[in-house]
Design a protein around this ligand. Structure first.
Ligand code: TRP
Ligand code: ZN
Length: 891
């Protein structure tokens, strides 16, 4: 795993799965917690698995000091092999045997944040995927489920709060100022769900009674100064409990459910049974320090981890290739949760558009690059590299398609059958799909299950090409749909997918034409199919893939007039937004592919008027307007091009934005004034939409001010920055000044830093905003190097490292891809520097150059060189090694 730096890298293959040779029934862990040297006593009861041939017991371990091994209380012989503890000649017999292992580890030296580590004086654990082996020797695999009893002992003054999974059964004093707490988890679990926390924390508490009448204690633990930022997380947790019971009949199965926040965390959050551990970013919020986006993210991450209690914990994964079994399903569930919490249908559509935007800007590129893998991968070197947007977001789309194919009620029935069949088991993606199909025997899913499951086995984003033909004499419109999918690493040829194609037709006036409901829910399963629509009077405008009914690229040669009609009239809000995106994307791509200097006005009058009409529309809501008026991202534009010149893409998008800023100047003024007051702060979608649109208007007005030499709007923006009652308005104003490059930006940034110097999450925003700011003559890279020298910068804190380095390398293509290759040199230095202490974070950064093969010269050669120089290092982690090796491989 991560820390192995010598010897051959081993590839783990799905086809090699074998059940464990032993079962672990019970585990009794005793921790003597000390940052420098923690002692761990592990008493297990094991049994041979009679299903498999007799063989030695091989226990996983990593970075442990082994002091003692006892079998049934007596010393025994053992050996070490490849980091594993190997025990032979174990007692035979049905009753099994006791194994006692005593080890020590060094939490304060644990910089990779896997296993037991210390963050700001508090102990935390992170065991998924393979971190438990850094705590004790174990069968560290998800199909070995045991009952845990955990005793924590520590200094009482420094570690007054001692938490682990399940129920607190005993606590008391020990000598020398120490105390203990004993926890028993009533549920069996795999080792990756183990957790402990010990430190000086305070908790917001709430008692709730569930639908079924059971009482539960909910707790959100934070550092003592952060209590005033826990209300939203608690409300989100309560809403999650209520929702899972109401929508899927899944109750909370614990007396006590705890969330604990830490500022040192590799990912977002972790669903440890009854003791979720969260990155502070996804817990702490109040109106003064968190934006609307933060509030929304907290709601969905709290939901996500809570929903894992069923989809992940009660039913878990047989092996890590099945990761999407829990992650795809749980992302789907958290998306549905956030949508169901929206009061307005339009807010549901906004959420769907945001989710699709993530899929298309992050997952589609992954699917087209060197790290492309199926939702259920076939092999890996380092499992941490497969916590990807493909496993999570595309996996969620696969679950969503199942719901589309069996209907909402059918899906709820399917999920009930899944939990009824597999409660307490470690299962596969096949088991999941089978349960959904079996509960809906007459569905399109059941009829085509083997073919549908290609979504799990074939990587790559399918394309659907649609061609319409109108026959006026026959009054018939035919639509031919053809699917294809390009090769991905290891998969030269693809079989057709099952693609739900929600669709409709609009007439010349933009009205919905009534069609056969079965055609409106067409399922494309052949390589090519033709649909006929009868009694059509004039050539209709097809609205295809409504609601983004499948994770595919849709090609249809829309005329501008057709796109304008869809943008003005489509009843499907997703496609209405999509039409606007296609319209602006088309013009951007034309300007990018033009030769000569960048056209300063890439948009034509018709497109501008259409966007103005959306902005000024009297019934569309503000959040939706903001999405339509947001131009496709540079990353999304790059994906549409065979050869990518990041500088030119950046220049064209900036030109378009300036053009919109200027052409719609009076409309931006109107938009700002009409929405500027969103009342007392509440993070609901409607008022958040108003803030988003005013933020956008200010951004545009500051951009327009540059050519107009207008001091008024930047001045107003600075005033709003100073007077804001909430972080969303304040940060949007700050960002408008920074993005437009106005002189007031410096003053505002300094003021912001002074105001929030004690709020780590706000300081992260301060760093990120500067590292992601538009480049002017190469100014961003020197600024980024300067930011890294700032006293508040801490490379070892993942949030802080991400706020500067990832914001620059991943979120600022126009500044990162430099003709002098200095951005790539910076990237290489940081990947190697971080890899020495945190391979997981380093490997994520390493992926910033995944798409190097698409780059134009001189970027392409320079990027290749940078990757090759990383790959040439002899002491890389497996994590980074796997990423750079794949980046350099030829398909
Ligand atoms: N299971 C977690 C989630 O998606 C993911 C996670 C949190 C994780 N921390 C991790 C995965 C560390 C790997 C390593 O909810
Ligand atoms: Zn998850």
């Amino acid at each position: 795993m991560s820390s192995l730096r010598e010897g051959p890298t081993t590839v783990v293959r799905r086809e090699d799965y074998a059940p464990p040779a032993y079962w672990i029934d019970t585990v009794e862990l005793t921790f003597d917690l000390d940052p420098a040297k923690t002692r761990v006593l592990n008493k297990m009861h094991l049994r041979r698995n009679a299903q498999v041939p007799a063989q030695p017991l091989r226990l996983d371990g990593e970075d442990l000091n082994l002091a003692r091994v006892l079998v049934n209380g007596a010393g025994c012989s053992f050996k070490m092999d490849d980091g594993q503890l190997v025990l032979d000649n174990l007692p035979e017999g049905e009753q099994g045997f006791d194994l006692e292992i005593f080890t020590t580890c060094m939490p304060e030296k644990n910089s990779q944040l896997m296993g037991l580590y210390v963050s700001q004086g508090t102990f935390f654990t992170q065991c998924e995927a393979e971190g438990f082996r850094r705590i004790t020797y174990f069968l560290d695999r998800p199909d070995v489920m045991a009952s845990y009893t955990v005793t924590l002992r520590a200094d009482k003054a420094r570690y007054p709060v001692l938490l682990s999974n399940g129920n607190l059964v005993e606590q008391g004093e020990l000598d020398a100022g120490r105390h203990f707490a004993k926890w028993v988890d009533p549920h069996k679990k795999p080792s990756y769900l183990f957790a402990l926390v010990a430190g000086n924390l305070v908790a917001r508490e709430q008692r709730i009674v569930s639908r079924s009448g059971n009482e539960h204690l909910l707790q959100v633990y934070v550092r003592p100064g952060d209590m005033d930022k826990t209300e939203h997380a608690m409300n989100s947790l309560i809403a999650s409990v209520v929702w899972d019971e109401a929508r899927f009949g899944l109750p909370l199965d614990l007396e006590r459910f705890m969330i604990v926040a830490t500022s040192d965390f590799n990912m977002g959050a972790m669903e440890n049974k009854g003791l979720n551990i969260f990155n502070t970013k996804y817990v702490l919020a109040n109106s003064a320090t968190a934006t609307d986006t933060d509030f929304a993210n907290i709601e969905s991450v709290v939901g996500h981890e809570y929903f894992h209690n069923w989809s992940g914990n009660r039913v878990t994964c047989r092996d890590w290739f099945q990761l999407s079994l829990k992650e795809g399903l749980t992302v789907f569930r958290d998306q549905e949760f956030s949508m169901d919490l929206c009061a307005e249908p339009s807010a549901r559509a906004v959420k769907r558009i945001e989710d699709v935007r993530v899929l298309r800007t992050a997952q589609f590129p992954e699917d087209a690059g060197p790290m492309a893998h199926p939702v259920r991968p076939d092999s890996y070197v380092e499992i941490n590299n497969f916590y990807t947007v493909t496993v999570y977001e595309k996996g969620a789309e696969v679950v969503r398609m199942m719901q589309t194919l069996v209907g909402r009620d059918g899906f709820a029935k399917g999920l009930a059958l899944y939990f009824q069949r597999h409660d307490g088991q470690a299962v596969t993606c096949d088991d999941f799909a089978q349960a959904i199909a079996d509960a809906n025997p007459d569905s399109e899913l059941a009829r085509r299950l083997p073919q549908f499951k290609r979504w799990y086995s074939q990587a790559g984003t399918p394309r659907v090409r649609a061609e319409g033909h109108f026959d006026a004499a026959q009054r018939r419109y035919t639509l031919t749909l053809t699917q294809s999918c390009v090769p991905t690493p290891g998969q030269p040829a693809k079989q057709p997918f099952v693609i739900p194609m929600a669709l409709g037709l609009l007439d010349a006036q933009g009205r919905e034409i009534a069609i056969d409901p079965a055609q409106a829910r067409h399922v494309l399963a052949e390589a090519s199919e033709t649909l006929s629509f009868e009694n059509i009077d004039a050539e209709p405008v097809p609205s295809l893939l409504r609601g983004f009914s499948a994770p595919v690229v849709l090609d249809f040669d829309y005329t501008d007039a057709q796109l304008l009609s869809l943008l003005a009239h489509d009843t499907d809000p997703f496609n209405r937004w999509e039409a606007g995106q296609r319209l602006t994307l088309r013009r951007a791509l034309a300007a990018i592919q033009d030769s000569g200097p960048v056209n300063p006005a890439p948009l034509d009058a018709a497109a501008i008027e259409a966007l103005r009409a959306v902005l000024r529309h009297d019934t569309l809501d503000a959040a939706f307007k903001e999405l339509v008026l947001t131009l496709p991202s540079e990353t999304y534009m790059a994906e549409q091009l065979p050869v990518v010149d990041p500088q030119r893409i950046h220049a064209v998008r900036e030109a378009m934005r300036s053009q919109l800023a200027e052409a719609l100047h009076d409309d931006w003024v109107w938009a700002f004034e009409a929405h500027a007051d969103s009342g007392a702060y509440r993070p609901d979608p409607v008022s958040a939409g108003r803030r988003a649109l005013t933020g956008m208007a200010l951004g545009m007005l500051c951009i327009a001010a540059r050519t107009r030499h207008d001091p008024v709007w930047p001045g107003k923006t600075y005033q709003r920055f100073k007077d804001a009652h909430n972080m969303t308005d304040r940060f949007n104003a700050l960002s408008a000044l920074v993005v437009s490059g106005h002189a007031l930006a410096r003053e505002a940034l300094d003021r912001f830093h002074t105001l929030f110097q004690h709020e780590a999450l706000v300081i992260d925003k301060w760093f990120a905003l500067q590292a992601a700011a538009p480049d002017h003559g190469g100014n961003v890279l020197p600024l980024v190097r300067q930011l890294m020298a700032h006293p508040d910068f801490q490379l070892r804190n993942p949030n802080r490292a991400r706020s500067v380095i990832f914001s620059y390398c991943n979120a600022n293509p126009g500044a990162f891809h430099r003709a002098d290759a200095a951005g790539y040199v910076f990237w290489r230095e940081r990947v190697l520097e971080i890899d020495r202490f945190n391979p997981q974070v380093a490997a994520r950064l390493a992926r910033a150059l995944d798409r190097w093969k698409k780059l134009a010269e001189p970027y392409r050669s320079a990027a290749r060189e940078a990757i090759a120089r990383v790959a040439a290092q002899t002491d890389l982690s497996n994590d980074v090694r796997e990423v750079v090796t794949r980046a350099l491989a030829d398909e």
